[in-house]
Design a protein around this ligand. Structure first.
Ligand SMILES: NC(=O)c1ccc[n+]([C@@H]2O[C@H](COP(=O)([O-])OP(=O)(O)OC[C@H]3O[C@@H](n4cnc5c(N)ncnc54)[C@H](OP(=O)(O)O)[C@@H]3O)[C@@H](O)[C@H]2O)c1
Length: 263
């Protein structure tokens, strides 16, 4: 991480109460910059080199977003980096999924993210800023047992690609970051296909720490050429196979993830 890059920057991070967002906030707390942390429950964040403002914002609430963006923009006319990080996961078979679960999940992962970005876009343009959106390897292809999660994240790819092309003339950058399995609260706080709290155990295979992911995300923002970023073989594998061998990719996913969608 190049500390000089972040010095005096105005940064917004959603979902800093745990996991990847918390780790990004921790890294930036050590630097002389302004950070706006948006969470459902605001907290007192003390003893940081950065000036950290903590705001209450349920990302799926239009009124919360309107209120919080007004407050942010009254403190800073420009936004250098927006981390669209808050999100939930949803596990379950498509044929068992309630439509309300699609609606609720899109309300958080998709509409919340888009709405916040829209409200801040002029401030980002003024700063020639960067937007980094936490997607997932499951956003690169529809994954079995993840139709809601995959679709709510991959829909973001299209928006943030369009935006990247349109706003390149203003110097705005858009990075879509797809972390692999990471050890966070995501599987506890997520939803089942019927809308219950997920409460699932951590993934048992290779898993990254939120700190490793946060560092890679900060590096991605510093990299002027970063677009669609994956971190390991799983992401690379899906990125390549979806284009050149989709039938093989689907067979692998069926076999590897069978227990995730067939119970
Ligand atoms: N963990 C993984 O394996 C993994 C892999 C790929 C991508 N991701 C993505 O990484 C991002 C961060 O997740 P995480 O893994 O760090 O999980 P996490 O520990 O559960 O963190 C998720 C964060 O999002 C916030 N959030 C959820 N719903 C919200 C809402 N309606 N309004 C505002 N904030 C809300 C949570 O806040 P509350 O405390 O209020 O719930 C929490 O701070 C997510 O977008 C996730 O899809 C995670």
């Amino acid at each position: 991480m190049n500390q000089n890059f972040w010095k005096n920057k105005t940064v917004i991070i959603t979902g800093t109460s745990s996991g990847i967002g918390e780790a990004i906030l921790k890294e930036l707390s050590e630097i002389d910059c302004n950070v706006f942390a948006l969470d459902r429950t605001p907290r007192k964040i003390q003893n940081t080199k950065a000036k950290v403002y903590s705001f209450s914002c349920d990302i799926s609430s239009d009124s919360d977003i309107e209120k919080v963006t007004k407050e942010i923009l009254s403190k800073s006319e420009t936004v250098d980096v927006l981390f669209n990080n808050a999100g939930i996961t949803i596990h379950g078979r498509f044929d068992e999924t309630k439509i309300d679960v699609f609606r609720k999940s899109f309300g958080i992962n998709f509409f919340g993210t888009i709405n916040l970005t829209l409200q801040l876009i002029e401030a980002i343009k003024k700063a020639k800023g960067a937007i980094i959106t936490t997607s997932t390897v499951s956003g690169l292809y529809g994954v079995p047992g993840r139709s809601v999660y995959s679709s709510s994240k991959s829909a973001l790819h299209a928006v943030f690609e369009s935006l990247r092309i349109e706003l390149s003339e203003f110097g705005v950058r858009s990075i879509i970051f797809c972390p692999p399995y990471t050890k966070t609260n995501l599987r506890t706080s997520g939803l089942t296909a019927s809308g219950e709290k997920l409460n699932e155990a951590q993934y048992q295979g290779k898993i990254l720490t939120p700190e490793e992911v946060a560092k890679a995300m900060l590096n991605a923002v510093e990299d002027k050429n970063a677009r669609l970023v994956t971190m390991d073989k799983s992401g690379f594998f899906v990125k390549v196979l979806r284009l050149f061998a989709p039938a093989f990719l689907e067979k692998v996913m069926f076999k590897k993830l069978y227990k995730d969608f067939h119970h």
